[in-house]
Design a protein around this ligand. Structure first.
Ligand code: MTE
Ligand code: CO
Length: 390
């Protein structure tokens, strides 16, 4: 469009000189112009970075797969650094034969490849009482989605031989927090994986190298990293992470517990506070993510006016159960203010609730399992803010 644009009419350096040869970066890195695409934390959120969280830069990503280096990290005792040669996975408790597996042993069991999202139960937790953090990286970035390669947990349990009284599995991590969660046997035998690869390469240390538990559709806390032990028992253990944490205090003083499944949820990733509209009015792409721990996403609707009118969005890319789905809504922006919302409907037909509907059902004390509809206020100049509509 520009007449005499020097980027068209002049020969540029990258066109004039030879570039770096192969092996300049034996392990490839993103372009230097993408240096702003990084995980970020919220410094005031936790007292110390070893028991903390950082967030996936959802506003910079597209498609459904999260690059390994951008998967949010949530550790309770820092990242354990383990030589796979020194790692052991033990199965004990109510089994016929207690077993210890080396990594090499695990590699001899039949493997599966599955794409799953992992969402921390605390994702969007800071938004429970009102809009707070200005960016979908911070409001929704405790989620990632990769293809896992691993051994179905049922094969390992079968190898040890679960006794008929064995109804629960306790998964334990080898890190300094020794994270432990009780998992019902039906889930363990259904779709759990003992995974050692993500997106084709070894798990990153932050994600539990050399091996982690994958508990599809269920809260991230159960996906024990640096997995070192599976104990079979006849009842849940009532560990810290399933009593004092990861339970939801209701208005009547009772707490919900064993709230495992991550319910249907969606968010517009662009435009969003960290990704304002900079191109002015006209043709505009709204892009977002939707997911459900109950299966696939059947439909996503987008509203431009705070939920008064809804338009069906276009889901593009694979629609896999318990995985992120990518949606788009392509429209002609007239430059007026917008109250952007997205609302996902999963294969059960369950519709993502508003935040007020959630509060009406569960009171104001919750942190976990906030799947309420997010609102972004787009100003006429394209600047975007996190708001709520009543
Ligand atoms: N496993 C161990 N061993 N230690 C931990 O601190 N954190 C849990 C879970 N598994 C944790 C763990 C929590 S709360 C979440 S949300 C996920 O791991 C985060 O996984 P990620 O760091 O790969 O994103
Ligand atoms: Co978590």
């Amino acid at each position: 469009r520009a007449e005499g644009d020097p980027l068209i009419t002049e020969v540029q350096d990258w066109n004039r000189y030879l570039g770096a040869g192969v092996d300049e970066t034996p392990y490839g890195m993103p372009s230097e112009y993408e240096a702003h695409v990084v995980r970020r934390d919220v410094p005031w959120l936790t007292a110390d970075p070893v028991s903390s969280v950082n967030f996936t830069p959802l506003h910079e990503l597209d498609g459904i797969i999260t690059p390994n280096g951008l998967c949010f990290e949530r550790h309770h005792g820092g990242t354990a650094i383990i030589d796979p040669a020194d790692h052991r996975l033990m199965i004990n408790g109510l089994v016929d034969t207690p077993l210890v597996f080396t990594m090499q042993d695990l590699m001899r069991f039949p493997r599966e490849n599955r794409v799953y999202f992992l969402e921390c139960a605390a994702n969007s937790g800071m938004e429970w009482r009102g809009s707070q953090l200005n960016g979908c990286q911070f409001t929704h970035g405790m989620v990632h989605c990769v293809v896992y390669t691993g051994v179905p947990l049922k094969h390992l349990l079968a190898e040890a031989g679960v006794k008929t009284s064995g109804k629960w599995v306790l998964a334990e991590g080898a890190d300094a927090s020794a994270m432990t969660r009780s998992i019902p046997m039906e889930k363990a035998l259904d779709d759990c994986l003992v995974a050692f690869k993500m997106n084709g390469e070894a798990l990153r240390p932050e994600q539990g190298y050399p091996v982690r538990l994958v508990v599809p559709g269920w809260e991230g806390n159960m996906w024990v990293k640096w997995l070192r032990r599976l104990e079979v028992g006849d009842q849940p253990w009532a560990q810290r992470e399933e009593t004092s944490k990861y339970t939801d205090l209701l208005a009547n003083g009772k707490a919900r517990r064993h709230t495992w499944v991550m319910d249907v949820k969606s968010v517009i990733t662009s435009p969003s506070p960290q990704a304002p509209i900079t191109h002015g009015r006209g043709q505009t792409v709204i892009s977002g993510l939707a997911w459900s721990g109950y299966g696939t996403i059947k439909r996503v609707d987008v509203s431009l006016d705070g939920g008064r009118n809804w338009h069906e969005a276009r889901i593009d890319g694979p629609s896999l159960p318990k995985a992120l789905h990518r949606f788009y809504y392509d429209f002609n922006w007239d430059g007026s203010e917008l109250l952007l919302q997205s609302r996902a409907i999963d294969e059960r037909g369950y519709i993502q609730p508003t935040k007020n509907e959630l509060r009406a059902a569960r009171g104001e004390n919750s942190i976990y399992h906030n799947n309420g509809i997010q609102t972004w206020y787009v100003q006429a100049d394209g600047v975007v803010e996190n708001v709520e509509v009543s």
